[in-house]
Design a protein around this ligand. Structure first.
Ligand code: CA
Length: 228
């Protein structure tokens, strides 16, 4: 079955180009031009991934992303007209998995879609994550539970937390975490790792107010505390 991709973009030419390209690359794209249409389409899932324009006529793409993230870790690639929005796209509470700044080539977008889907599908387990007191990793469902609560994570957050949980106590540099969680680490900035970690921490705090299982190693990177 072809992966179904929901494309939300209000500029008809861009929408046509994207859906055409995705169609030729073996996907089943479905286009819509407004947030309202997107909500209706989302309820008719399942979807493999959403391509989401930030500037829609009836809703800001960021808000739609937040709505989606309340219930799902469906991969999301943002389309943005402004490079200045990129920090918001990858950062904090938004939980986007990747982004494209307009203008971009549909071919490049298809490559990103494939990369995000690869990254999102459960990776072959080289080192099976050890059970860790507070965390439980469900590899089959690609879910991570913390203190018994399922975390709603973006694909990138999932890969980062999974890596930390696999080796409690081990300190990972930002560059190492990027290697693990990004397919094209060269394209990302090290501070995007910080933004994703910040977002993961916020989600852990929602589960347990005083929880702080991720330790920062200044100037180097992060580790998961061994004793929680
Ligand atoms: Ca737009």
């Amino acid at each position: 079955m072809k992966p179904r991709i929901l494309v939300v973009e209000d500029e008809p030419t861009i929408l046509d180009n994207i859906t055409y390209s995705l169609g030729t690359e073996g996907f089943e794209p479905h286009g819509c031009a407004t947030g309202g249409e997107a909500r209706a389409a989302l309820s008719r899932g399942p979807w493999a991934l959403v391509v989401l324009d930030v500037g829609l006529p009836d809703v800001v793409g960021f808000d739609l992303c937040r709505e989606i993230r309340r219930t799902s870790n469906l991969p999301i690639i943002f389309l943005t007209a402004r490079a200045s929005e990129v920090d918001r796209v990858v950062g904090l509470e938004l939980g986007g998995d990747d982004y494209m700044v307009k203008p971009f080539s549909p071919r490049e977008l298809c490559a990103r879609v494939k990369a995000v889907l690869r990254r999102f599908s459960p990776a072959p387990v080289e080192s099976a994550p050890a059970p860790h007191g507070a965390f439980r990793i469900d590899e089959d469902r690609a879910q991570i539970h913390f203190s018994g609560v399922r975390l709603i994570l973006s694909g990138t957050e999932h890969r980062l937390l999974r890596a930390l949980c696999a080796k409690p106590g081990r300190v990972f540099s930002r560059a190492q975490l990027m290697e693990i969680a990004w397919d094209d680490p060269g394209a990302a900035l090290e501070r995007t790792v910080d933004a994703h970690i910040k977002s993961i921490r916020a989600k852990l705090k929602e589960v347990s107010r005083d929880a702080d299982p991720i330790e920062t190693h200044r100037g180097f990177g992060y580790s998961l505390r061994e004793n929680l």
